[in-house]
Design a protein around this ligand. Structure first.
Ligand code: 5AD
Length: 360
């Protein structure tokens, strides 16, 4: 087996349309998931702590020029209240996510991370965009366990096109991923699926990059057009654009999740809110049966969260406690168990790289 074999394997599955054959892919991914990360589904409470953002990403509703948004930044007390709530609800991890907001200072984030670690048993994941090495180092010392930053696409030309202004090369995010590892963070990344201009062959490279980065967490979701963004105004990707345009379809997301599981068997792979937004009825269940082993219930108080509009129509619950109970019920309904504790990445074979794709 070699790199060409892997590319062919990935390309064949990404372009497969026969549902009967795809059932084999879902089965392989589910078997790998069971053998490598077990039946537990870990809950990570997702708290959106600020929607200020200095970036101008062409796809994202939080982009700085979007004036339709009321901007907010949660205080330390507000964050602590939500952290206690997440703990009470049975989440083992709290994810603090935000736009790229200089108002979230090194000191302020460090202080709240330290308090969460002192006052709760929660693991803390940060997802705060491209930050300086010294920020990342400070937050790690304060006790942050994990950091998540998507590289979005490995196609450098496409990356440049959707990240206008500011120095924004995808290599900056890759450098951050390396720095995070050096600092001892569990490290997560991912992509959007169905960006206009995204070719299927670039998805193959994205998947191979997941493996070579040896990611601990892989988050993938559909690109969903936001009308207040330059990219959103051009509409959804269409099969007519060019022959191997990636569609932002539910099936394509499952394919990428399933292949991620085969390439990175030990990774924690969430069923993202984006996927749940595409299929509110069965997205969580199917994602969990096609490679996923994590759900991130949104726990942001609604009066803040309604302004955290990365894309329109985001799944959001009116009442957090019953929403988490509902998610637990859905996990159990497919014979899985609700995980307890932080649910960190398990390493079965220490010090070796994850295996190559194989058909066995
Ligand atoms: N559709 C889907 N995902 C989006 N993101 C940002 N905007 C959109 C959109 N319109 C994702 C990006 C980013 C993460 C925080 O949200 O992948 O990394």
């Amino acid at each position: 087996m070699n790199a060409d074999f892997d590319r062919r394997f990935l390309m064949d599955w990404l372009t497969e349309e026969d549902p009967l054959r795809l059932a084999d892919l879902w089965r392989m991914a589910d078997t790998s998931r069971r053998e490598n990360v077990g039946e537990d589904v870990h809950l990570r409470g997702l708290l959106e702590i600020s929607n200020f953002c200095i970036r101008q990403c062409a796809y994202c509703g939080l982009r700085a020029p979007n004036m339709q948004l009321q901007r907010y930044r949660m205080t330390e007390e507000e964050i602590m209240e939500c952290a206690r709530k997440a703990w009470k609800l049975g989440c083992g991890t709290l994810v603090l996510q935000g736009g790229e907001d200089p108002g979230l200072t090194r000191k302020a984030v460090g202080a709240v991370v330290r308090r969460i670690k002192e006052e709760t048993p929660l693991a803390v994941t940060l997802s705060l965009g491209e930050r300086l090495f010294d920020d990342l180092a400070h937050w790690r010392r304060a006790g942050a366990d994990r950091y998540f930053i998507r590289f979005e696409t490995s196609d450098t030309e496409l990356y440049r096109r959707i990240h206008p202004s500011l120095p924004s090369r995808s290599s900056a995010r890759l450098a951050i991923l390396e720095a995070l590892k050096e600092l001892g963070y569990e490290t997560g990344s991912g992509i959007m699926i169905g960006i206009p201009g995204q070719h299927v062959h670039s998805l193959v490279e994205d998947l191979l990059l997941f493996r070579s980065l040896d990611l601990d967490m892989i988050g993938v979701g559909p690109y969903l057009p936001h009308p207040e963004t330059p990219l959103g105004r051009t509409g959804a990707p269409s099969p007519q654009s060019f022959s191997d345009q990636v569609l932002n379809s539910e099936t394509m997301v499952y394919k990428v999740m399933a292949l991620s599981r085969l390439l990175c068997p030990e990774a924690n792979i969430p069923v993202t809110t984006g996927l749940a937004t595409l299929n509110r009825e069965g997205g969580y269940e199917q994602g969990l049966q096609r490679g996923g082993n994590v759900i991130m219930p949104g726990i942001t108080p609604l009066h803040f969260g309604r302004n955290y509009e990365i894309y329109p129509g985001k799944v959001r619950f009116l009442e957090i406690t019953s929403a988490v109970e509902e998610i637990k019920k859905r996990i159990r309904s497919i014979g899985r168990t609700v995980g307890s504790g932080p649910g960190e990445r398990q390493r079965h074979v220490q010090g070796t790289l994850p295996g190559r794709v194989s058909l066995e």
